[in-house]
Design a protein around this ligand. Structure first.
Ligand SMILES: Cc1cc2nc3c(=O)[nH]c(=O)nc-3n(C[C@H](O)[C@H](O)[C@H](O)COP(=O)(O)OP(=O)(O)OC[C@H]3O[C@@H](n4cnc5c(N)ncnc54)[C@H](O)[C@@H]3O)c2cc1C
Length: 409
């Protein structure tokens, strides 16, 4: 599909064969790539392909606000197209709304990653699973406007150094700089607290020539030389809307694919470079399965916009509070008492937005409502799972006396 239909030109070696790279916790070189920006090189031909497709209509700048349901079956969505509350009926509905990065202060995700599909599905009664498994990438640029420093850099020889200029990953894990993401992320945070800035040293690479897109981002932010300051940053949600091997959710005629879906392939800790493949495989399967159902115009939820005036910056201010709560209590490390505190803050925020949403359809309110639903799902899953597993790390009193996580973590 990617090569034959979309014409993606994956990088090749001098011998004309595909050039495979390796990423953290991988035991072999097996990742096809284009520069270190594979996603965008896939996305562009994909968008061109659907733009020319006779049976696909793209509605730009249109947000789905609620699912239309009747007797356990999903019949489409209510969108924010004018007039408000306009239902779009569908024989089958596929959610593909992406990640949840907007719930955290620092994320590699786009700003609109508010978990809308997960919240809409949860509110309609779909099963949601594994929400405690929020993955933090260990090497995002540490300054304002973070961007990802791909693991491929470490796969090809870049190394982490602490504020004293020393390499440290061997002290944390036998795989050193290529340890699993959660281990590296916590180690980077520990070293930042103990020694100051942690940097990714790219001096062993032909950095500018081999990674031009990343090098350009560094230049834009005024980073000179071979050492790039890094810090962990929210990156990927392993859990989401529970689906089977065809992308079917627990609700009839509702499918979910991509990052909003929980297929189970990522377990508790996604391995680098597996998400695009998952989206592609489940996207194709769900698409095949979803054909042949006729739309039915059932009663849609009536969304009222009686009172469009809002207190200035209501959603933005509440969002800031939500992000602080997530960063502080539901980030890299979680403590059971703190999760309980976070849950009560999040419940209060959700209650406030619910009151506003009864008479208003503003998109930022819905995004905040969705973010608060997803945040509560994360808090609940995190409180129910008392074991440290994958990217859900439960801090205990014992951890507080030893700064470093155990080497076999
Ligand atoms: C910087 C970065 C690098 C990555 N690199 C890799 C990699 O090399 N390999 C890999 O496998 N994975 C990688 N990932 C992960 C992978 O890119 C994502 O998991 C994947 O792109 C998610 O795809 P998606 O289609 O589920 O969601 P997205 O691509 O995020 O698309 C979601 C779409 O839904 C829209 N949307 C959201 N809410 C609504 C709503 N209410 N109504 C209507 N539309 C809505 C959004 O506007 C967006 O267009 C990377 C992620 C990031 C952030």
């Amino acid at each position: 599909m990617l090569v034959d239909t979309l014409g993606v030109e994956f990088d090749e070696g001098e011998d004309g064969e595909f050039d495979y790279t390796r990423e953290a916790a991988h035991s072999a070189y097996r990742i096809l790539h284009v520069d270190a920006a594979t996603g965008s090189h896939i996305l562009r031909p994909f968008l061109n392909y659907i733009a020319d497709h006779a049976h696909i209509e793209v509605r730009q700048d249109t947000a789905a606000l609620e699912l239309v349901t009747a007797e356990g079956r999903v019949h489409g969505v209510v969108s924010d197209e004018r007039p408000e509350g306009h239902p779009i009926y569908a024989g089958a509905t596929i959610l593909a709304t992406g990640g949840i990065g907007a719930l955290y202060g620092r994320s590699t995700n786009p700003a609109d990653a508010t978990g809308d599909g997960i919240a809409m599905a949860a509110l309609a009664g779909a099963e949601i699973e594994d929400m405690e498994f929020v993955q933090f990438h260990p090497t995002a640029y540490a300054g304002e406007d973070p961007f990802l420093l791909s693991e491929a850099l470490r796969g090809e020889g870049a190394v982490l150094r602490n504020g004293d200029g020393e390499r440290f990953m061997e002290d944390y894990h036998p795989q050193g700089d290529l340890a699993p993401r959660d281990v590296v992320a916590r180690a980077v945070e520990t070293e930042r607290e103990a020694t100051g800035d942690v940097v990714l040293d790219v001096s062993s690479l032909e950095f500018a020539a081999e990674y031009p897109a990343i090098a350009a981002k560094c230049r834009d932010r005024g980073i000179e030389g071979d050492e790039i300051p890094v810090a962990p940053c929210e990156h990927f949600l392993c859990g989401g809307i529970a689906v089977d091997d065809r992308g079917r959710t627990s609700l009839d005629r509702l499918y979910a694919v991509g990052e909003c879906a929980r297929t189970g392939v990522h377990g508790a800790n996604r391995l680098a470079s597996t998400s695009l493949l998952e989206g592609l495989v489940w996207g194709l399967r769900a698409g095949d399965d979803a054909v042949g159902f006729d739309p039915e115009a059932v009663d849609a939820p009536e969304l009222l916009n009686r009172d469009p005036a809002l207190p200035d910056r209501f959603a933005a201010e509440k969002f800031t509070r939500l992000r602080r709560t997530m960063d502080e209590f539901l980030g890299l490390e979680r403590d059971p008492d703190e999760i309980a505190r976070a849950s009560s803050v999040l419940r209060r925020l959700k209650g406030e937005v619910d009151a506003y949403i009864r008479t208003r359809t503003a998109r930022d309110l819905y995004e905040f409502r969705n973010a608060s639903v997803v945040a509560l799902l994360i808090a609940r899953a995190a409180s129910e799972n008392t074991d440290s597993v994958g990217c859900h790390y439960v801090a205990t009193d014992a951890d507080e006396s030893t700064a470093e996580p155990p080497a076999d973590d």
